[in-house]
Design a protein around this ligand. Structure first.
Ligand SMILES: Cc1cc2nc3c(=O)[nH]c(=O)nc-3n(C[C@H](O)[C@H](O)[C@H](O)COP(=O)(O)OP(=O)(O)OC[C@H]3O[C@@H](n4cnc5c(N)ncnc54)[C@H](O)[C@@H]3O)c2cc1C
Ligand code: SF4
Length: 516
């Protein structure tokens, strides 16, 4: 048996050369452990593109570590002796190497942290769990920031992160004299939004092998594996970052909220896969974007909007996750209990907006933020779907979904299931919003202008019915004041028409009659 100092266990979303578990690693003394395990690939049924991306990126990362001189003990999914779980694989490796200690960077999921914290006792080996330094704000820093605040708001947190990083700052003042340029970032959909063709990566031999494996082993999972063009190395992810900065970033701001049937990506970066898995460092990405602004290549509204998503929203979301877990997973402020409709899996619905987003999700393991928030998220919120069912769907279908980032976005931001802890706004909208920001309604069977009755856009009645149903819980929400004032001015006949239209639609959903 070989005696080693540290067994450095690296997980599939820890593929960063500078990950803390490797900080003091010495190829002469330490061994790296990596494994593809069924338990993680199936505890929810992840999209096949997500599994292929992670396994291929892991295999490439292992090769890079070997080139740095490390011994990497790597178990592939179909290895005959694969134990099938993190705990099982670690136990086997401890038996093989008898290390003085296991070193691991903290995971992105509460469930896995519980598992890790038990290992020292169950596996009879010291386990050092190190902080994940790939965030601007550490977990303890966020706790300190949140302490004694009656209300948490991303905007104030974001300003602190701007000050901390110095990104887009002129001394103490924000570049351009304002912290936030969102007012300039709400251009609706129109054909002139067509973005230049997006660069992808042609799969090489390792990726092709993984695609083949995933195609065979995860046939039953939702999602298509065809046209896989993800980057699977840090070098290729960097090329995609450069391409985004040149071609899409200049229009990122103005197109941020738009949706077009012919273009699932518009000016979004498609970088979340790589940032979340560790192939790109979030701060490096922001510095690259800032440099493009400072050299005059992109406008401030785009650079600021993009940087806010990363050092603002992304960091804030992570802070809330660790602050509120494990209870956060089960909150259900609006007591929504409807099961997730079938069409979230099939795309078979006459609502063109939902059909388009689900179909694109199936094909790409991706939908951009406004599609996630204002189409699939909004529909589930209005229809009163159980937030935990919505959460599981999002965790399964997107290639960038890890619980720390997905869960607060779904439970807090999209489903308002935390009663406004994460954000003050309930993202509920009727058909008008979707019509204004997209071209989906033009070819829809439903009429977006029609408010109630046969052929009316379901979002219209569902929107008012949602507000009516939840009036006791939402009426004190300041941002909904004007909307409730409008509802209050409607006649009982109008109100009842909305209630009845919504009830008829929801009855079809519940009866699973395929005319939705
Ligand atoms: C219901 C719902 C579920 C979501 N689930 C996930 C998820 O599982 N994983 C995930 O990474 N993001 C999630 N988001 C946030 C956001 O939609 C995605 O980060 C974004 O769509 C990724 O695409 P992009 O890289 O093209 O982003 P861009 O639009 O180009 O934005 C740039 C970057 O900003 C970051 N970002 C933007 N918004 C957020 C946000 N709200 N939270 C965290 N980071 C953000 C991402 O790193 C992203 O790559 C979710 C949002 C909603 C409303
Ligand atoms: S009419 Fe309504 S259901 Fe149809 S695409 Fe527009 S918003 Fe969606």
């Amino acid at each position: 048996m070989v005696k080693v100092r540290h067994l450095v266990f690296i997980l599939g979303d820890q593929l960063s050369a500078a990950i803390s578990s490797l900080d003091q690693a010495d190829p002469a003394l330490d061994v790296v452990l990596m494994c593809e395990v069924m338990e993680e690939a199936t505890y929810v049924r992840h999209h096949p593109k997500k599994i292929a991306f992670i396994f291929s990126a892991m295999r490439h990362f292992a090769d890079e570590l070997r080139q740095r001189g490390f011994t990497v003990d790597y178990t592939v999914l179909n290895a005959p002796d694969n134990a099938g779980s993190f705990s099982g694989e670690l136990e086997r490796a401890i038996k093989r190497f008898d290390p003085e200690a296991v070193r691991i960077t903290e995971p992105g999921e509460w469930r896995v942290l519980q598992m890790m914290e038990a290992w020292a006792e169950t596996l009879h080996c010291p386990v050092d769990i190190l902080p994940d330094k790939r965030f601007v704000c550490s977990r303890s820093e966020f706790v300190a920031w949140a302490k004694n605040r009656a209300q948490l708001r991303m905007e104030y947190f974001y300003r602190d992160m701007r000050r901390k990083t110095g990104l887009l700052m002129r001394g103490e003042e924000p570049e351009g004299g304002r912290w936030n340029f969102d007012a300039e970032n709400r251009k609706p959909a129109s054909p002139d939004l067509f973005a230049p063709k997006r660069q992808g990566v042609v799969p090489e031999v390792i990726t092709r092998e993984v695609i083949d494996l995933v195609g065979r082993r995860f046939k039953a999972h939702f999602g298509s594996l065809t046209n896989f063009d993800f980057a699977v190395t840090a070098a290729d992810a960097k090329i995609l970052l450069d391409s985004f900065v040149t071609h899409q970033l200049p229009t990122f701001g103005e197109q941020q909220d738009a949706m077009l049937s012919s273009d699932p990506f518009l000016s979004h970066s498609l970088l979340s896969f790589y940032i979340n898995a560790g192939l790109l460092d979030p701060l490096d990405v922001c510095k690259r974007v800032e440099a493009a602004y400072l050299s005059g290549d992109v406008p401030l509204n785009s650079a600021e909007g993009f940087i806010r998503q990363i050092i603002g929203w992304r960091e804030y979301i992570r802070g809330v996750y660790w602050l509120k877990m494990p209870d956060y997973r089960d909150v259900n402020f609006l007591k929504a209990e409807r099961p997730l409709p079938d069409f979230y899996w099939t795309g078979e619905t006459d609502m063109n907006c939902v059909h388009t987003v689900v179909s694109e999700t199936r094909d790409n393991a991706y939908a951009h933020h406004i599609q996630r928030l204002m189409i699939t998220g909004n529909f589930a919120l209005l229809a009163g779907v159980r937030p935990q069912a919505v959460h599981e769907w999002y965790l399964e279908v997107y290639a960038d979904a890890y619980e720390w980032v997905e869960l607060p976005n779904v439970i807090g931001m999209s489903q308002f299931a935390d009663g406004g802890f994460l954000g003050s706004k309930a993202y509920a909208a009727g058909g008008n919003y979707i019509h204004r920001m997209s071209d989906y309604c033009g070819t829809c069977r439903y009429d977006v202008k029609k408010k109630t009755g046969e052929g009316a856009c379901p979002f219209n009645a569902l929107y008012w019915d949602f507000l009516d149903r939840n009036v006791e819980k939402l009426k004190r929400n300041q941002r909904l004041g004007p909307v409730y004032a409008t509802w209050g001015k409607m006649t009982e006949v109008q109100k009842n028409a909305y209630r009845q239209s919504a009830a008829a639609f929801l009855a079809k959903l519940d009866g699973a009659v395929r005319t939705y």
